[in-house]
Every structure is written in C-alpha cells, then in structure tokens.
Design a protein around this ligand. Sequence first.
Ligand code: GLY
Length: 351
Amino acid sequence: MTIEVHAAGGSCPIYVGDGVFSSLGEITERHIRGVRATVVSDANVGNFYMDRALESLRCAGISAEGICVPAGEGSKSIEMLCTLWNTLHGYGMTRSDAVVALGGGVVGDLAGFAAATFMRGCPVVQVPTSLLAQVDSSIGGKTAIDMPYGKNLIGAFHQPAAVVTDPQLLSTLPPDRFTEGMAEVVKYGCICDAELFCGIENGTVGTEEIVVRCAEIKAGVVSRDEFDSGERMKLNFGHTVGHAVENVMGYGWISHGEAVSVGMVASARLGERMGITASGVSERLAALLTSLGLPVKCEFGVSDLSRALLADKKMCSKGIRFVMLRDIGVSECVTVASEDLLKSLEWVIGQ
Ligand code: GLY
C-alpha cells in the first residue's frame, strides 16, 4: 500500500508492505530524473541487504554504487558527512541522481543530510531497516548530524522522494533493537491511538499492521505540521525527560527507545500529579513498557537530570515544554514552570 505525506514541496509516497524492498529499483526510477544512485548503508545492514539493493536498482536501469559507514551514532559526524560528499562527487552524481539511505535512524539522518546538501540538494529515497526508522525517523524529512556539543544540532528538513518500508527487513534486526522501536510504537498509541495501545497490550496487532498504523499516523501529523511548530511536537512525548536521561547517562549507554520509555512514564506521572493526566495512566503505561522489556525508571539521582532538563532546547522563558496525556490516546503540549518540575522530579522519575 502507499501512504502519502503532503509536504510543501509536493507529495512524498511511503510504499509499505512485506516484500516491497524487491521493488526498490522500480520505485526509485519512478521518482527521480537522474540515472545514478548511491546506496548508503552501515556495516551491519549492508551485509544483509546492500547486494539486493544494488541489483534491484541496476535491473531498473539505474547505475548504482554502494558505500557502508561504520554502524552506530558515531557516524553522524561532520567527518563522515564529508566522506559521503566526496563519495557522491567521486561517483559522478548530479543533483538529479539519488542517494538511497538503507539502514536505521543513523544512516537515514546522515545520508538524508548528505542528500539535502550535496549540490544544494539531491533526492533521497529512504529504506528504513529498523522498527524505529520504519515507524518514525524515515518519515517527515528531518535529517541531521551530531556535534560535540549536542545531538542533531546541524541538519535540514529534506523530504524524501520516496520511502520504501518493508517490515520483512526487520527479521534480521537484533531483538533489543526491535524492543527499542516498540517504545516509539507505544508513543503513537499514547498520543493519538488508544486502539493501537490496546492491541499491543493484548498482543493482537502484528508487526506489519503496527508499521502501517504508525506510518499513517506520522504521515498525517507531518502533513498537517511539516516544520514542527504545532502538532508535530506531540511526537516528542517522552522525549523531554528521555533526552535528559540520554544526556546524563552518555549516548550509547542507553538506547534512544529505552530513554523515551523512561521519559514517557515520567511525563505521565508528572501529568497525574498536576491533575492533567487521568489517574492510573502512568501505571498502565509502565506495565505495558515493562512487559515489552523496556525500562521505566532512572537509575541515578535527580541533580544531573535537572541540569540536563534545564539545558534542553525545549526550555523556554515560561518553563519547559512537555507533551502530556489526558488519557491513553489523547495528548496535548503543556509548559511546566521549572520550579514545579524540579520540586516533583524525584517523585516523577520513580525513586
Ligand atoms: N521524530 C520526531 C519528528 O519527526 O518530528
């Protein structure tokens, strides 16, 4: 099936379904004017899928080459970006040719930003291979690299020419990476889809259905708020405390999904304490996340966490912005005065 993201620069199709990866070449050929493609992957994913990607592109008449970057967040660096620019130049790519981002969030962000900047922008086709990338990061055009002073600080909005989402590719994903992605899936249930939340609780939704439902939700949100000034901020549910947890623990020591899991419960507990969230929601949420193998508590004290929260870019003069739940499936953005947050923090993070 195809889901459309309606963006300012035109429509971006998400081709989603088991087996759609085998049509990568045909889909790319349909959406670019050029004759070349450079597939960017990482060492892990490239081992499984690079050859199939190149073959599919070449069968569709596209001259395709591949490059693999080291797996991991460390590749979202200015040095690796420069390596990609040089590679694209070396392969004779023009601004009509395509970068194909074959991987999880790191590859999608890095290759997407290389495409956004090479020759002032060439098309990118996103082929997400992690659950997190399939349900979230490959959709909506956010691309970025990290700087020594923070994550995702240099980047651009660059909508993909197409997204090719094949849930079958998740069969080679390590189980802990799948679990990490489930945190973002639960997030969608929390912010706007109570039925999805119940389906996960009862084990009645399969992986393909989960991917399709989440892609539909994200496509809708991005179509209504491409540049993140309103509704799209709701996708940050759990991310305010989550980013602070990642920051304090050190990137790489806790996965993004695990940190978001802790952050979602903290936000629900804070919401209950403030009388915004219906009572019992944080407990129900924590029970689901725990059953999925995700953490729901911080293992460290509040002073470092407070510092990280106050340094966050979601901080504004009136306080810090949180996405809070009214109930499962109903959310809103709330600004919490920093004094109120700091007073409740110890209780909120569950110690
Ligand atoms: N992952 C959040 C967003 O795309 O806005």
